[in-house]
Write a protein that binds this ligand. Structure first.
Ligand code: ADP
Ligand code: MG
Length: 331
């Protein structure tokens, strides 16, 4: 079983940033309004995610670490997925390749913690915690030396973690995110912070994009909101005159999940085709929301690819609504 977990872990957890992604998504699924991420040495020696979500009952802690145990789906409805998690794979995988400690408290009960290291589960113990959940992952891949070798420099891994946190922060403007580098111990250094944004969908998103991508992007961005055949596209797309040189500023989300998808980036390129030059890329943060049965997010355990039942609708929606917005803005 430990071996199976280690194999699965290779799929779910490629590098520290993928562990961070899984843990933050769990916090979001748990209704957290504040998520703090502490990392050391590019996440290689420590990743700690603290949230104020609804917690895990002491009696469910060992269940959360067993394979394919998820509280989020009943098995009959794999296509109808509303939460981030649905495979029950992340925590057992992390516990198989690192030293994982989960401490949690549900309202009205005492806090408890559980540890699993290299797949070896320890008994649940009483713990001290005011509320929410703290998941601490130390020494990622210590149990799989081959994987360890593939990690990049601390700096590169910390950068990947920062990108991951920022993408998730864009998708959740109402949540406060704090990313801290605690390498070498002590208080550490806050490397990214975004406080909860208020206001309606667009105000909150606009403010969050200004925070994460930058003021200049937000000030040069056109608001997009269009729906076609049950698929809604919304967000912000920059005027062609906004340029970050060769830097690619493209953030795409499907049902709240950050995705990197060739079809979608291709549609974005097509929409901006007349304005593109070699050193200029379209810049946008766009969200596609649709009935979960119209899109398959089950393509890969890392869940960043998607497959639309009818890709033409999503593509057409992106191309036509961006072109329309650009034309209205005089381009
Ligand atoms: P999944 O997210 O696919 O359900 P995970 O292995 O990521 O699988 O998590 C297993 C279970 O542990 C979740 O279904 C959830 O019940 C619980 N859990 C994990 N993280 C948290 C958290 N931060 N707060 C509350 N519950 C959590
Ligand atoms: Mg999960």
């Amino acid at each position: 079983d430990a071996a199976i977990n280690r194999i699965a872990a290779g799929e779910v957890v490629e590098r520290p940033a993928s562990a961070v992604k899984e843990l933050i998504e769990n916090s979001i699924d748990a209704g957290a309004t504040r998520i703090a991420i502490d990392i050391a040495d590019g996440g290689k020696t420590l990743i700690r995610v603290t949230d104020d979500g609804y917690g895990i009952a002491a009696g469910d802690l060992s269940l959360a670490l067993s394979r394919h145990a998820t509280s989020k789906i009943d098995g009959s409805d794999l296509l109808n997925i509303h939460t981030f998690g649905f495979r029950g794979e992340a925590l057992p995988s992390l516990g198989a390749v690192g030293r994982l400690t989960i401490t949690s408290r549900v309202p009205g009960a005492d806090a408890a913690s559980i540890r699993v290291a290299g797949g070896k589960l320890e008994a649940v113990k009483p713990a001290a915690l005011r509320a929410g959940t703290v998941v601490e992952l130390r020494d990622l891949f210590f149990a799989t030396p081959a994987r360890l070798k593939f990690m990049r420099t601390d700096r590169a891994e910390a950068q990947a973690i920062s990108d991951t946190v920022k993408r998730l922060a864009m998708a959740e403007p109402a949540v406060t995110f704090t990313l801290r580098d605690v390498s070498g111990g002590g208080e550490g250094r806050v490397t990214f912070r975004a406080d909860r944004e208020n206001g309606d969908l667009f105000d909150a998103l606009h403010a969050r994009l200004a925070r994460v991508i930058g003021r200049e992007f937000a000030e040069n961005a056109l608001q997009i909101d269009a729906t076609r055949e049950g698929i809604r596209l919304y967000g912000y797309a920059a005027l062609p005159t906004y340029s970050r040189g060769a830097a690619v500023t493209q953030y795409l989300f499907v049902n709240g999940r950050p995705v990197r998808d060739k079809m979608l980036t291709g549609a974005l390129r097509a929409a901006y085709f007349d304005f593109l030059s070699r050193d200029r890329h379209p810049a946008a943060a766009l969200f596609i929301d649709c009935d979960p049965t119209l899109v398959d997010v089950n393509v890969h355990p890392a869940k960043s690819e998607v497959r639309f039942r009818d890709p033409g609708i999503a593509r057409g929606l992106i191309v036509s609504s961006l072109r329309h917005a650009l034309a209205e803005a005089g381009h």
